[in-house]
Design a protein around this ligand. Structure first.
Ligand code: CUA
Length: 154
């Protein structure tokens, strides 16, 4: 009799889990890292486009932000605050020189993992002005909480 209850509980938990994953994958836009393009972690700064981290305008309200993560910093060019106009689409292109770091633009659907040896990208459009903090959501060591950069939409 108890077995039945536990079995039901097990099936129910599995369903909840599956639905949660489904919702986060298709509704929230969370996707596992694509990890198709590789880069030698020791030569990140010698490899395009990471030899020039930072913001590049590639079209009208269309930008690329090249990010090099390392413990415990996001190198997004000379400025720590990236400024873009409202309505801009930014393609974030990132990698890491050391360990796995997270890359989440708080308040948007942009969320990816930066893994050593791989280049990952995520694209998002900023339709509301404000300050968006880029945070590391993957524990990477003692300075984990110090990793951030800011996108300012004006
Ligand atoms: Cu980088 Cu946590």
């Amino acid at each position: 009799k108890y077995e039945k209850i536990w079995l039901l509980f097990g099936i129910a938990s599995l369903l909840v889990f599956t639905v949660t994953i489904g919702v986060s994958a298709f509704y929230m836009g969370n996707q596992p890292p694509s990890c198709l393009v590789t880069v030698d972690p020791a030569k990140v700064y010698e490899t395009e486009p990471f030899n020039q981290p930072g913001l590049k305008q590639v079209g009208d309200k269309d930008y690329e932000l090249v990010v090099v993560a390392s413990a415990f910093n996001y190198d997004v060019g000379p400025e720590k605050v990236i400024q873009i106009p409202v309505g801009s689409t930014v393609n974030f292109i990132g990698t890491t020189t050391d360990v796995i770091h997270g890359f989440e633009v708080a308040g948007t659907n942009a969320n990816m993992m930066l893994e050593p040896g791989y280049i990952n990208t995520v694209k998002t459009t900023f339709n509301k002005p404000g300050k968006y903090t880029i945070v590391c959501n993957e524990y990477c060591g003692l300075g984990h909480h110090l990793m951030f950069a800011t996108v300012e939409v004006v």
